[in-house]
Design a protein around this ligand. Structure first.
Ligand code: NI
Length: 182
C-alpha cells in the first residue's frame, strides 16, 4: 500500500522518534514503506515521513548506482539505529527530500560513519558506510532526530530556501507523488 508522504510543516517531522519493538504488523509496514519509496522515486524514507514517530527508515540506492556504484544493492531497513562513529573527514553532496519537494541544496557531512541497527528480522548489525550510502543513511537518521537537511545548509542558503519552505508548510507546493496535504 502506498502511504501518503508528510511534508515540511507537519509536526511529526520535528519530533524525536521513539524506539520500536517487533510486532506482527511491522513487516507489512516496512513493505509499504518500500512501495512508497519506489513510487516516489526516492532513495530513502523514514517512518516520521509517513506520519509514524518511530526509529525506522528504509533505503534503496539501486536507482543511483550509475552515478554512485557503492549504492548498487544498497536496499535495507534500519530499525532503532545508533550512530557509533563519524569520520572527521567531511564531504559535500547535493541533497533533496521527499518531504521538501522542489528543494535541493549542498550539505556537508562526515564522509564515513559506523552504525549499529536491527534489520527487519531484528538481527543486529554493525556496519561502516562510505560514499553516497553514508550520505543517505545520515540524511534518514536525521529524520529520526527531528531534523531535515535544510537545517544543515549555510545561513546564506537558508535565506534562499526560506520562501520555498513556507510555501510547502502552507500547502502551496504540489508533489508528484501521494502526499498528505498541509
Ligand atoms: Ni528526507
Amino acid at each position: 500500500m502506498i502511504l501518503p508522504i508528510y511534508l515540511y510543516g507537519q509536526p511529526v517531522l520535528r519530533k524525536e522518534a521513539e524506539e520500536i519493538e517487533n510486532t506482527p504488523e511491522l513487516k507489512q509496514f516496512i513493505a509499504d514503506m518500500y512501495e512508497t519509496l519506489t513510487q516516489a522515486e526516492g532513495c530513502g524514507l523514514a517512518a516520521p515521513q509517513v506520519g509514524r514517530p518511530w526509529r525506522l527508515f528504509v533505503v534503496d540506492g539501486n536507482e543511483l548506482a550509475e552515478d554512485y556504484p557503492e549504492c548498487k544493492d544498497f536496499k535495507r531497513a534500519f530499525i532503532n539505529p545508533e550512530l557509533l562513529e563519524e569520520s572527521e573527514e567531511t564531504c559535500t553532496y547535493s541533497e533533496g527530500c521527499l518531504s521538501l519537494p522542489g528543494i535541493s541544496e549542498n550539505v556537508v557531512r562526515p564522509a564515513t560513519i559506523k552504525m549499529r541497527y536491527l534489520d527487519e528480522d531484528f538481527n543486529e548489525h554493525e556496519e561502516v558506510f562510505t560514499g553516497f550510502c553514508a550520505r543517505i543513511v545520515q540524511h534518514e537518521y536525521d529524520h529520526l532526530e527531528g531534523h531535515v537537511f535544510t537545517d544543515r545548509i549555510s545561513p546564506i542558503r537558508k535565506t534562499f530556501v526560506r520562501n520555498k519552505l513556507v510555501s510547502i508548510a502552507k500547502g502551496k507546493t504540489v508533489a508528484r507523488y501521494k502526499y498528505k496535504r498541509n
